[in-house]
Design a protein around this ligand. Structure first.
Ligand code: SF4
Ligand code: SF4
Length: 232
């Protein structure tokens, strides 16, 4: 019967003289000085290279459009684009979004969020809310400078979340470009689709195509989508 293994005393480790893969250090390696001088030389070289650090917070970094900062609601002509469909709240992995829908029959958009909140302590900046939003109503902004002193302050309400679309132009243009590439010819993003009404949909929807032509168009679009590098 095999002797019980003594877990307190490992049989082989790097301090063991018999450890077969241990390498003998040369005289210079044992001195350590060459390695210290190499490190000093590397540090000296860095001192003369262009600086890449910023004096934050006096100097602010302007992130590129691909950057995912805090999610914001797009304000279009003085009101939110959001139609309170709830998709973003459903897709949000840490359940950071809560909202309540309301209706306004005088508004062509009909539905709007009575309240819309994002708990920024939960948000993980994944961007899923932006991905699923059918109205391009919630997007990831460039804002990374997020500070709060209490849990209550970390819950951003609708007023704090709303940002005019003019200030989000770079991100909106980036998304349009990215989505059009993603869907190939199939997806031609139209901004005017953002503000629409289900009530008016059938009245306004007229592609000018017969049913057969629409089916042919769909088949063509499906083929384009299948050939797209994004589909692989
Ligand atoms: S970025 Fe992600 S975690 Fe944050 S609100 Fe959107 S879906 Fe939720
Ligand atoms: S932000 Fe977009 S996905 Fe979220 S409720 Fe509003 S319209 Fe729907």
């Amino acid at each position: 019967m095999a002797a019980p293994q003594n877990l307190e005393q490992p049989r082989a480790n790097t301090l063991n003289e018999n450890f077969e893969r241990e390498r003998e250090l040369s005289f210079l390696e044992n001195l350590y000085l060459p390695e210290i001088f190499k490190a000093l030389w590397y540090t000296l070289k860095q001192m003369f290279l262009p600086k890449v650090t910023l004096r934050y917070p006096e100097e602010k970094w302007d992130p590129p459009a691909i950057f995912r900062g805090r999610p914001v609601l797009v304000e279009d002509e003085g009101k939110e684009r959001c139609v309170a469909c709830g998709l973003c709240a459903r897709a949000c992995p840490p359940l950071a979004i809560s909202m309540q829908a309301n209706e306004d029959s005088d508004d062509p958009k009909e539905r709007y969020p009575d309240f819309f909140e994002i708990n920024m302590l939960r948000c993980i900046y994944c961007g899923y809310c932006e991905e699923v939003c059918p109205e391009e109503a919630i997007v990831m902004s460039k804002d990374y400078d997020i500070v709060f002193e209490s849990r209550e302050e970390a819950i951003y309400d609708k007023q704090r979340l709303l940002v005019p679309k003019e200030d989000l132009k770079e991100r909106l243009d980036f998304l349009r470009n990215y989505r059009n590439r993603q869907f190939g010819q199939f997806w031609d993003f139209q901004e005017e689709n953002n503000i629409h009404s289900v009530r008016d949909r059938d009245r306004e929807f007229n592609s000018g195509l017969s049913l057969v032509e629409m089916l042919e168009q769909q088949e063509h679009n499906d083929n384009v989508e299948a050939e797209s590098p994004w589909a692989r």
